[in-house]
Unconditional design. Structure first.
Length: 246
């Protein structure tokens, strides 16, 4: 799919996440999809009582920061291939260990009680190898979130290469030796409607909500939409969540 919106790109044409995270930090923090993903990940992990959590593809660390408040006795590691972002994370979140990691190339040389990988696999060309590396780092629990359904222009602009089907993703995880504990879609109707509305004018959406700090009016819009998202249904929608165990 052709690039649909203007986003930071490196010399090879791939999304430059080091530059992108400087623009998207507030978007990830306040966008209703991100807020609810963090909530759902914590809700799904609570019954398994994680003791050591790796966030693979952690970006600027919003997921880690949220999970630390939910699981204060756990230890935390973040890994990402955006080297500048990792350096900044080490300064900003000194309670967390951070490692530079290209998930499609290798795993870290250790296993973690719980591995979280949220909205990452859809960006990786060799997602088969990336998934195998996630499993290799999993000591007990692996929780993955990915998008499903139509790949919209705004998502292509952010570097999505594909979206996933729930049953096929579960089969791939099981083929690597893990057992699926819980798997579902989520987000209908409000996340579904919001994604369609945002893609009516994708560049305007990017300019308005994906470019730097959010003003108070933008935060109020985000908070209103976040409230609506509490009424989304499980079992349907554009968000997939899968929890597997070794």
């Amino acid at each position: 799919m052709a690039q649909a919106v203007n986003t930071p790109r490196d010399s090879s044409g791939r999304v430059d996440h080091n530059a992108g995270w400087k623009l998207w930090t507030d978007m990830v923090r306040y966008y209703p999809s991100g807020v609810h993903r963090r909530r759902l990940v914590a809700d799904w992990l609570r019954p398994v009582e994680p003791s050591a959590i790796l966030d693979a593809g952690c970006g600027p660390g919003h997921m880690l920061d949220y999970l630390r408040r939910q699981f204060p006795t756990a230890s935390f590691t973040g890994a990402d291939d955006s080297d500048q972002t990792i350096v900044e994370n080490r300064e900003r979140l000194p309670w967390c260990r951070f490692e530079i990691l290209d998930l499609a190339s290798r795993p870290l040389k250790e296993r973690f009680d719980t591995v979280v990988c949220s909205e990452v696999l859809e960006h990786i060309h060799d997602d088969e190898r990336a998934l195998a590396n996630l499993v290799a780092m999993t000591g007990r629990n692996l929780l993955i979130t990915v998008p499903t359904g139509q790949l919209f222009p705004l998502e292509a602009g952010f570097g999505h290469l594909r979206h996933y089907e729930l049953d096929a993703l579960c089969r791939r995880i099981e083929s690597l030796g893990l057992k699926i504990i819980r798997a579902q879609a989520w987000g209908f109707p409000f996340m579904t409607l919001f994604k369609r509305a945002a893609n009516l004018r994708p560049q305007a959406t990017m300019n308005g909500f994906g470019a730097g700090d959010w003003s108070l009016p933008k935060k109020l819009v985000g908070a209103t939409l976040t409230g609506l998202f509490y009424f989304n249904l499980a079992r349907r929608g554009p968000q997939l969540l899968v929890l597997a165990q070794r």
